[in-house]
Structure formats: C-alpha cells, structure tokens
Write a protein of this length. Structure first.
Length: 109
C-alpha cells in the first residue's frame, strides 16, 4: 500500500516527528492526503536544541500542529546503566510515550 492510499484510508494520522528526513516526508504525506494530521516530538536529554528548532520550523512551514512531549529519559535505570542494548530501552520508552498521547488519532507512523 502506498503512503497516499494509507493516509486516505486512515483519515486521522499522527506522526512521531523528529524533524529528520524520514519523519518529515511522512508528515508531508499526512498533510497532503489525510483529513487530520498531528506531529509529536519527544524531547529528552538526548535531543539537541537544534533538532527541536528544526522540527518546529518544518512543522510550521507545513502548517501542521506539533505537540512536544517532555520525557525524562534519564529516570530509566535501564538506559542510565548504559547496557549494550540501551537503544532498545530508549526507543521502547519513547514509543510508550507516543502511544499514550494521541488518543484521538487512528494511526501512528
């Protein structure tokens, strides 16, 4: 299924938006084809300020509302202990936060 068809089928689309090229394209497609779109940016100690600034600027250019989720990622001992699979725990924590927030949407990219 193409992104266009997917966005049309799921009229309300939420995008986990980092401001990078992949999520920027998904947000652009959602804006083009979905009835409603919402961007969520997860802000933690691991994201530099310029990423948030870039994401905010791009969301504004696209005319998409972006909500910022503040996440205290360093409160998770599985991440702070710096195990070999720390990226797994970090992404799991971020994903959990994202799935808790968009109660009104049908899908998260």
């Amino acid at each position: 299924m193409k992104i266009k068809d997917f966005s049309i089928e799921y009229l309300k689309v939420t995008v986990a938006f980092s401001g990078g090229i992949d999520s920027a394209y998904l947000l652009y497609a959602a804006k083009q084809y979905a009835k409603e779109e919402q961007a969520y940016y997860v802000k933690s100690a691991f994201q530099p300020r310029f990423e948030l600034e870039d994401a905010t600027h791009l969301a504004e250019e696209l005319g998409v509302k972006m909500k910022i989720i503040n996440l205290d990622i360093l409160s998770d001992e599985n991440i702070v202990s710096n195990p070999h699979n720390r990226c797994y725990y970090c992404k799991k924590r971020i994903s959990h936060q994202l799935y808790q927030k968009p109660k009104r949407t049908d899908l998260i990219f």
